[in-house]
Design a protein around this ligand. Structure first.
Ligand code: A3P
Length: 252
């Protein structure tokens, strides 16, 4: 694990398997009705994937149980080709830190203090949170993009699921929507082997170190950041995000 290093492509640090399959990303051609989920890591990718599939399957749980989530929503670089979603940077960093502790395919994150530096310098897998979020935010009105916030889905899942449904051009009955809200709750997804990655070998994801579906809350950063770190983070955030109108909810 100490030998593992991210490799840069176009200035973005990536996991080796992503680099190996880079041509699949470059050669990817979207079809008109493709729906791409473009999350920064640890921003609720699995959550929105499950929501989208539940909508697609008209709330039919059994159909959603047909395969594990990573096969139902393959990553472009890791399988056959398959809306940005964003989460506040502090919670994202916490989530990513715990994910990197348990993900044996990524370099060891080191101490929290060390990881803090790695994250703010954008030296984590798939690059800088700031560049990703800023980039998609600037694009959102130019293309057919639905920009979602983790914090909004957490606060009012039904309303946000409805937005996804409309974006997908679907119309589902109220009871189906309620069912989707229930089935994509943190508790359900944590228990569901089709979403919780429990079928992935321990040699890849060691859930005894930290579960893949871990806490699912807004504001866990308060349990990790010192006051000094938080203030420093805010200052760096202001510099890096200068000129963007995006606003994140930091606690519920
Ligand atoms: P935490 O580590 O803060 O718990 P990704 O899927 O992009 O890797 O994101 C993982 C994060 O989303 C984890 O955050 C995980 O717990 C959270 N998550 C996954 N499913 C969720 C759900 N149904 N409700 C709330 N959070 C969820």
């Amino acid at each position: 694990r100490t030998q593992l290093q991210l490799r840069e492509v176009a200035g973005i640090p990536l996991q080796a398997s992503t680099v190996d399959n880079w041509s699949q990303i470059q050669n990817f051609e979207a079809k008109p009705d493709d729906l791409l989920i473009c999350t920064y890591p640890k921003s609720g990718t699995t959550w929105i994937q499950e929501i989208v599939d539940m909508i697609e399957q008209n709330g039919d749980v059994e159909k959603c149980q047909r395969a594990v989530i990573q096969h139902r929503h393959p990553f472009i670089e890791w399988a056959r080709p398959p809306q940005p979603s964003a989460r506040n940077a502090k919670d994202c960093m916490v989530s990513y830190y715990h994910f990197q502790r348990m993900n044996q395919m990524l370099p060891d994150p080191g101490t929290w203090e060390e990881y803090f530096e790695t994250f703010i310098n954008g030296k984590v897998g798939w690059g800088s949170w700031y560049d990703h979020v800023k980039g998609w935010w600037e694009m959102k009105d130019r293309y057919q993009i639905l920009f979602l916030f983790f914090e909004d889905i957490k606060r009012d899942p039904k309303q946000e699921i409805q937005k996804v449904m409309q974006f997908m051009g679907k119309s589902l009955h109220e009871t189906v929507l309620d069912k989707i809200v229930q089935e994509t709750s943190f508790e359900k997804m944590k228990e569901n082997p089709m979403t919780n990655r429990s079928t992935v070998p321990k040699s890849i994801l060691d859930q005894s170190i930290s579960p893949f579906i871990r806490k699912g809350t807004v504001g866990d950063w308060k349990n990790h950041f010192t006051v000094v770190q938080s203030e420093r983070f805010d200052e760096i955030y202001r510099q890096k995000m200068e000129g963007t109108s995006i606003n994140f909810c930091m606690e519920l």
